[in-house]
Design a protein around this ligand. Sequence first.
Ligand code: ZN
Length: 634
Amino acid sequence: MPSAAKPATAATTAANQAVLAELPFYDTADFAEAWRGHVAPLPDGVVRGKAGRLVWDLGEYRFLETEQAPPEVNPSLWRLARLNMANGLFEVCPGVYQIRGLDLANMTIVEGERGVIVIDALTNAEAAATGLALYRAHRGERPVSALIYTHSHADHFGGAFGVASLDEVRAGRVPVIAPDGFMEELGAESVLAGIPMARRANFQFGGALHRGVRGQVDAGLGKRMGLAVSTLLPPTDLIVEPVESRTIDGVELVFQMAPQTEAPAEMHIWLPKQRVLNMAENTTRHLHNFIPLRGAQARDTRVWSNAITTSMALFGDQAEILVAQHHWPIWGREKLLGYLGRQRDLYKHIHDQALRLAARGLRPAEIAERLRLPDSLAQDWACRGYYGTVSHNAKAVYQRYLSWYDGNPANLDPLPPAEAARKLVEYLGPLDAVMARARDDFARGEYRWVVQLMNQLVFADPDNAAARELCADAHEQLGYQAESATWRNAYLLAAQELRGGISGSRAVGFLRPDMLPALSTEVVFDWLGVRLKAEQAAGLHWRIDWHFTDRGEIVAQNLENATLTQRLGTGSAAADARVTTTRAAFDRLVAGGVGFDVLLAEGAATVAGDATLPAKLFALLDVFETIFPVVTPR
Ligand SMILES: [Zn+2]
């Protein structure tokens, strides 16, 4: 989108300048490590999809070639944004390679006797296939002997079809290995709340922003999300025990389960022969998210920290190299143990101190304001808040233990945002005077307050152009000052949408028809429950038994009290309708575009009992827009 972006103010320029004195910019070791073992760059800096469509283009980030940060970017973030430009094929050590900078995450490739073990498949098949091709161009045409998912986030499995085909997996030629609970957690995290999560992810990753010094420069974990869809090859082999070993293609791998950490289903991988420890996404070169801005269930950072402790205890006396599925490796035992210790303490420190401050009676916003890392952590580049921040992570700890509610009954049942804003504006009196004072505050650099107040004016009256503009301007300066890439993206997209509306935004896809078969029947039925238009279902009561012959599953579905529930296993004796079909056919109904009558006509379904009920059920299901207003009232 063409930018109406404004330059940094004097206050922002000064704030960003001050960062240069606060952090150890003289320490440039990361730049050497980020490029160490570089074999070849991503050819032309691009990943292309079908018909040459651009999926990934590092050329958009050419402006990062300048070493000195412009006034519109926090110098610490600028530094990371430059580090995340390292791209292509890297040799970690003989027999272990990484593909980096082709997508948000890394692909790790371990050479076996016959072929290669691929650890994580990036976000889309185009990136994964491009990465593997780059590897093969330099290391020969080795087949894939196994695919491993370290955890249940899309940037680690979404490109599976670029690594292996469904036929290869079905024939048992390529096992797909994942931590126990992988499919369940995938469904819970990214399907049931998928729509609002996708919209909020726009703000986290800033995909709708232009790339540039006044736009998106990075996403913390990597540059951005690739512009192609995620799909899924379901795992064929789950790691269940706390520590499990497998020998695959002559390579010994030791899996350490780390559930309920950065992802609900996650594991670390130890390669004893190569002495390489893969920490998946539990230690990356920054402070990660306790809750990402896109939204998720609050993560248990006590458990997360413990998983790092366990890795140190199990493998710390032998590990020589540490890799992760984002960012670059660490070579040398002493160095990697120091790093692991600081990461362990980073997560535990915020966890413990947030609860300590809560015990002293501080509320979430007060805890976030007060909590500061000790210098021994704060001066470590790998503890800086490029993705998570101390501020929102401290609030996430509060939420995990004590909920969204700060305990003050004044905040128990406030008026909803637009209503409260209208009352406030009514009390404020003439807005000219309010705007004049807000502009003074803006001139003084008090952007947080200006955003807070202008947001009220916008919610009271979204057509108040002056309030929208000042709100956008203040968001923008906050974005320029933010060290966190995700905060910067959020602020700058807010400014963009306040100025130009939300046409430039696009929610990323989430429940794609081709992902449906990989989801459990339980999750798919829960998704129908989320879609039920309760107002229209009031007073209805019926039971439908669904018999899926291709999976040998029977689902007894109950509609009652404007609520859908189901029980898998046996049908209901009192069913009003019994449908015999396949999950494959049912998935077409769920994906939309095909009515139940079509399945009947095709002979893909039969019904006993009240044959009108399946169509009535699907007529009761909501269809969502993937774009809704965020910075203006609904
Ligand atoms: Zn990731």
